[in-house]
Design a protein around this ligand. Structure first.
Ligand code: MRU
Ligand code: ZN
Length: 208
């Protein structure tokens, strides 16, 4: 049993994480136990998925509270192994209310095969999913970082680039991080980005 203040706000956050996990699973973006999801409540509490569970079958008890430093409020809980990649986003921008991480086929393959340090997405109508984009006639960069099992170290590599990120970022051979002001926005951005990555992958396959 978690040492948790289960009020209406926590209930909403937990339900949103459970439903987003189901949605990501339906789309094939969180195979096995991959992926992690979090949201920040209006009072500043942070809810995140417990480590190691299947994100398509989450229950309320798989959503735990962490401090802004990423420490489980109940020491008996084990937060996502990638918690620091979530908390660094919340610390970076107070407007961020939800963070999603998935391991889709397109994110995994494209991030492994791109030799430069970013994937450029240009000319797509769906780029307008991202705030501030009003036309397809634009080009946005999705930064790439090398995978690292030391998440604290990976977070220090990601940190200086956050200020310029418009879409999210990819970790090579691993997956994508996307965020938004709330869970609905984060999911829409993830869905838009996954669509664009699937298009890029299909174009490469067509050329091959
Ligand atoms: C299926 S292995 C995936 C993990 O290593 C990790 O990358 C991941 O996304 C899930 O870790 P978790 O600790 O459950 O949040
Ligand atoms: Zn992962």
């Amino acid at each position: 049993m978690q040492n948790l203040k289960v009020d209406e706000s926590w209930g909403n956050a937990s339900r949103q994480i459970v439903q987003a996990g189901q949605r990501m699973d339906q789309r094939g973006w969180v195979p096995a136990t991959a992926g992690n999801l979090s949201c920040r409540l209006p009072d500043g509490r942070i809810a995140i998925t417990r480590s190691g569970g299947h994100k398509g079958f989450l229950t309320d008890s798989d959503v735990i509270e962490i401090t802004p430093d990423g420490v489980p409020v109940d020491p008996a809980n084990r937060a996502s192994a990638e918690t620091l990649l979530h908390t660094q986003l919340y610390a970076h921008d107070p407007a961020i209310g939800a963070v999603l991480h998935g391991h889709s086929v397109a994110a995994t393959i494209l991030s492994m095969d791109e030799p430069s340090d970013a994937i450029t997405l240009a000319g797509y109508e769906v780029l307008k999913v991202f705030e501030g984009q009003t036309t397809h006639d634009t080009s946005l960069e999705l930064p790439l970082f090398h995978n690292d099992q030391d998440i604290a170290r990976l977070a220090t590599v990601v940190a200086p680039k956050l200020v310029d990120m418009r879409l999210g970022y990819l970790i090579r051979g691993h997956g994508v991080y996307v965020w938004g002001k709330d869970m609905f926005t984060a999911l829409a951005r993830l869905e838009g980005l996954e669509f664009l990555l699937a298009c890029e992958l299909a174009r490469l396959q067509k050329k091959a």
